[in-house]
Design a protein around this ligand. Sequence first.
Ligand code: COA
Length: 257
Amino acid sequence: MAWVTCRREGAIAELTIERADKLNALDHETLLELRAAIAALQRDPARVVVLASAGDRVFVAGADIAGMSQMTVEQARAFSQLGHETFDALEALPSVVLAVVQGAALGGGCELLLACDLAIAGEKARFGQPETNLGLIPGFGGCSRLLRRVGVGLARELVYGGRLMTAEEAQRVGLVQRVVPQAELRDAARSWADELAARPPLALARAKAAMQAAETSDARSAARVEIEAFASLFAAEDTREGLAAFLGKRAATFRGA
Ligand code: COA
């Protein structure tokens, strides 16, 4: 792969977009590589996936504008479809996916972040969906994910006006969970990923599935998913260990089974 790397280290996978000379913009090729790397992670899941990008100024500058400038309607439909499939696959991973945002997360970059579970950002990061500045709209699932995340009023304001948010505002509205000084970002992300990787992965995966169902389906279906997810954990060794450790007044050791 030329633009996307995936490095495994124990329970953590580091998925990195390495197209810094193009501000990590997502063209057709980069999306294909990202989709392939995500498919490999689906076949052999890590406990935690850390999604990052190369360079220190820009997380992802969005869909590749040069590539889009030549597209026909048919090509644009296929491009949007590919973006949807890729981000849906990312969201469907059983791992906790942590985005590390060092700079501008714009357009497709913001949509990518929205398909992750959690995000940590440097204080200089900026966020937004400025596609309407180009006469476009978010096309990789951003209209629906942004609306669900920040509410319809703010989503409309951001998409119609194309305004960018600071890291502080992005944290306030729930787009990122932690903001740290720029120089501490990589270490802070690493230690958060380590903390998450030490937690019981099946419980986290089931919680993720139940929360996703609550976000995207009706209340009754979401309740059924939660009941099944809760019940299925009673077949897991980690659940027995967690309950026994509490009752035995000792620390639990989770093995991921
Ligand atoms: N796709 C393709 N190329 C992009 C790009 C994108 N999304 N965003 C920036 N670039 C290119 C620029 O065209 C420029 O190319 P050049 O060096 O050949 O002239 C280069 O990256 C540097 O961009 P520049 O705007 O000069 O850098 P900057 O530091 O002043 O600003 C951004 C960085 C990310 C804030 C700014 O480039 C930007 O707003 N990009 C567009 C974001 C956007 O609208 N995304 C949604 C796309 S649908």
